[in-house]
Every structure is written in C-alpha cells, then in structure tokens.
Design a protein around this ligand. Sequence first.
Ligand code: MG
Length: 391
Amino acid sequence: MKITSIESFVLSDKLKQSFYFSQWEYSERRICIVKVTSDTGHVGWGEGYGPATVIKAGIEHLTPFVLGQNPLETETIWSIMYRRTLDFSRSGVMVSAMSAIDVALWDLKGKILGQPVHLLLGGKKRDTIIPYATGLYFTDGCKLSEMLFKEAKLYVEMGYKAVKMKVGLGIEQDIEHVRIIRQAIGPDIKLMMDANHAYNLREAIQLANAVEQYDIYWFEEPISPEYYSQYAELRSKTSIPVAGGECEYLRFGFQNLLNSKSVDIVQPDICASGGLTEAKRIGVLASVYGVEIVPHTWGTGIAIAAATHFISNLDAIPGRLKAPNFYLEYDRTENALREELTTTDMVVKNGEIKISDAPGLGFELNEEALLKYTMKAENGQLVKSSSNDLK
Ligand SMILES: [Mg+2]
C-alpha cells in the first residue's frame, strides 16, 4: 500500500463584514487544505492552521518524503517529516504543514480500514461533546455593546451551553463588555474570555480581578505566550482558571508550558501543533501534569472533525462516576469555507455534538466548493479561480 499523491489548495473567501480582535482585523478567510491519495483509491483530507500560502509551500517541501510511504504508518511518516525539518523548524508554520499532512493521513487510514478515527486513536470515551460558541468579536460602529448583547443572546437561543468572548480592547471597555454579555446570557451559561495575549501581567491581573464577579470559566491567552512565569504569577492572583497554548508546538513546547505551571487548561491546535499523532502525545503529557485539555480549533469542517475525534478519545482526569463536560471550540464567525466545504453528520443539537462513527474523520468533501474557493496561480500571483469570480 502506497501514498501516490499529495495536493494542497489555498482557499479564500472575502467576508461580507470584516471583524477584529485584539491583534488584527479579518476581512477574508484564507486556509490551506491538503488531499492525500493512496494506491487503494482512497483519499484523506487535512488542514493547516496559519498563513495558508506558507503552509502550502511547507507541504510541497515535505511531499517527496511522504510519497511512496505506507499510509497506515502514521507515526512512521510523522517521524520522517519531523526528522527532515527539525534542524530549522521545531515550531511555526512548518509544523502546521506537517500537521495538515498528518491529519489527512489519519482520515485516509480510517477510510482505508473503514473505521472512524476515534476508534483508531484507541476508542471513543464519550458519545457527545459540548461545543462552545466562539464569537463576540469586534466590529466598527457606535453600537458595539448593543451588537455584542444581541449576538450573545442569539447563542443562548440557539442552545449553546457555553460562549467565548473577546477582550483586549482596554480594561475599562472589556469590563463593560463582560458585564453586558453576562447580562445577556444569564447565570447558567458558561462564559470564557480571550485576550489573544493583549495584556501585560499588571493589566491581566487588573482585568481578572475586576471580572471575577461575572463567573468567568477561563481567561484565555491573557499575556504574550513567551512569558511563562508571568502566566504562573497571574494564576496565583486570580481564582479564574487560565488557559493557553494555541501558539505552542509539539509536545516539547507543551512541556515548557506545563513545567512552568502557566495554565489550568492547555489548548493545542491539532492543525498546527503536530497533527493528531502529536496531539495524542500532548494529551498524554497533559494527563501526566493533571491539566485539562481543550484544543484550539479554527478553520473548516476538517479541523473541527479532527478536534471532535481527538476530544472523544481524551481521558477524564480525574476519573469519576459523573464525568466532567468535554468542550469543543466552535467558531461561529462568518466563514463560508467552514459552512460549504464539508458535510457531516456531526451537527449541534440541544447544545451537544454527537461524535461521527463514519470512516475516517467522518465528513464528505464538497468538490464544487473546493473548486469555487481555491485560488489559482496567475502570473506568479495567487488569484481567485474564474468560477469564484462569478459569485
Ligand atoms: Mg484563543
């Protein structure tokens, strides 16, 4: 059995309305996905998190090392990719490129064997997980508070049991937004807040102390990810759990995060931190430290499916009769690529997602959407395909 081709695609869609968070503005969704085909005629799909064109270049660099390998040997292929790149990239977008190929290989292996990925990971330890709605970003306009209130209320009406909001605009404005959103969702919905590393330690402590009264489930990336000891100090000064890890790579990066006691919740992105092969190891590592794991998830249905299978396989730490909830990050911002590229039986119902038992990652890829959103090279530049221009 052999891998016969690896094709990567940069997909793009202009947003109807741009939005921003503490670091930059989004006016377009752009993502790199990869298709791996074996001589059995099966196909697996993967996705990389990060700058799409750079990830595509990384995938093209890795391709000669992966072609001809046995697609069932996911760990062997992971080691080959890692050994060929570790001298110059033990973190960053080359690891995202590896992650994309690795996720595609797990999907492919599942398709070849006719089994769902959760079974290949060792088994499904729960049938459903709880998606938390990621949204509540910022948009320009004088009625931001009103818009956040309405959006938060809408998530509750849609049945979500947990929502995550953005902070990082400035302490006073953040406090006001948290107050308004808590008022909108009521006392029973979990509320997380994410600063995307906008604050220094003093500011993070100030914000955390001011919003403790609003029952915050976790405070995500309060501080820039380089400052491990500042994360640890923040934890000692607030009762709000601290989350982070979407900027870490490989088990070695997560070992730093865990050794420094920086977080209560680790958040590896499966499509960036090393794929499903490495996520499984990061999960084991987190269990060694007794720290909860909730992956960072962003992108298309490929990334969501990979996270769902991974989460269904996680151990509850500690184990007990009445197990804790397991959460899935579920981005609700505008993204036609996420909505159109895949179809799956994993849909949100009563605030829960049922894990798919279909082979591989459990989705079908819509080839028409792929064609519609794939960018083509023209005179050395990536442009929208002609079918996309007709939109
Ligand atoms: Mg985040």
